[in-house]
Design a protein around this ligand. Sequence first.
Ligand SMILES: C[S@@+](CC[C@H](N)C(=O)[O-])C[C@H]1O[C@@H](n2cnc3c(N)ncnc32)[C@H](O)[C@@H]1O
Length: 347
Amino acid sequence: MKATAIVRKGRVPVPDRFARQCEWEAGDKVHLSTDAPGRLIVSRTKPSDNLLRSYPAPQNGTVLTGGAVLRKAGLEIGDVVAIELRRDGKVSLERVDPRSEQGFVSPERDEHDMPIPPGWLCQAFTSMPDPRRYLRSGERSAKLILELAEKHGQELSPESRILDFGCGSGRVARFLPRLTPGQVLACDLHPDAIEWCQRHMGFGEFFQGQLTPPMHIEDDSIDLMYAVSVLTHLDMDHQLAWLSEWARILKKGALAIVTFSGDDFVEKVLAHAPGYQDAIRETWAANDGFAFIDDDGWRGVFPDAYQNAYQTWDSVRKIWGEFFTVEDILASGEFSNRQNCAILRKP
Ligand SMILES: C[S@@+](CC[C@H](N)C(=O)[O-])C[C@H]1O[C@@H](n2cnc3c(N)ncnc32)[C@H](O)[C@@H]1O
């Protein structure tokens, strides 16, 4: 099956296995050219025609583009490309129709006979179009969520209803049927991801989400919900709207397990970007510990309202605490994706 990826602002990430296959060494000079509309060619020998850009290759194989390069190759941010190592040793990235490419229509299956999303539907939710990494991290998150639920006294039976809010292409939810008897409901804003889950997952109820509430879920009817890396992308108005909605649909005493990017996340995970850290901290100081940074990084993939939210532990305790009892907060590194994780209980 061909590797696929989404063209993002300034770059197209390439799956690890593909980068290894291409034997790109860090620092090798690579050249971008085009030989047809919608097709970008990466080569190590300098092409005689249509050279668009040359640069030292990053080790992970990421293809570095730029607005002008994309325009000349007839590509746009948000396009899905099939990545192929050709016989002549060149790599081609060619636009495909996402809903008719092979991984969308008839995906490969894992060792449990569960379908694996195509690379581009892994990348949209984990940043890398690498299914193996996607599966590993999803299993770890699912196990941790259920362990946390058990630790906090939440028993799950076949009648229990579990909601994965912002499920993406089902990275976490796909493991639930093997780990818990509860019924799975899952929603997301990304229509392709939801359609892929509806077509292939074979369990639970996957449905299209909305930017703002309400959801078509009755009051007091959910036993456990989680939102992994969802509020990390929403501004304060959307966070407040969803916290209030979750408080409506959860049963009294039920848990919500919700990740956020807090003080220690910013300190550790963003250590490579001190200027960005300073901007977040300055905004925190002026804005009661909340910063919403619009970096336009997911243009073409998610709605414009989807950016990056950072919030201090104190702000989470105060603001999320208006809707829920904040039972615990996990430090960065204790949950699967290095985000912080709040364990909330509906009073
Ligand atoms: C970083 S992704 C994480 C996806 C998934 N939770 C995972 O961990 O693989 C964040 C997801 O939140 C979803 N999202 C944001 N706001 C939402 C909303 N109002 N309703 C449903 N999904 C939403 C986005 O569509 C996106 O798929």
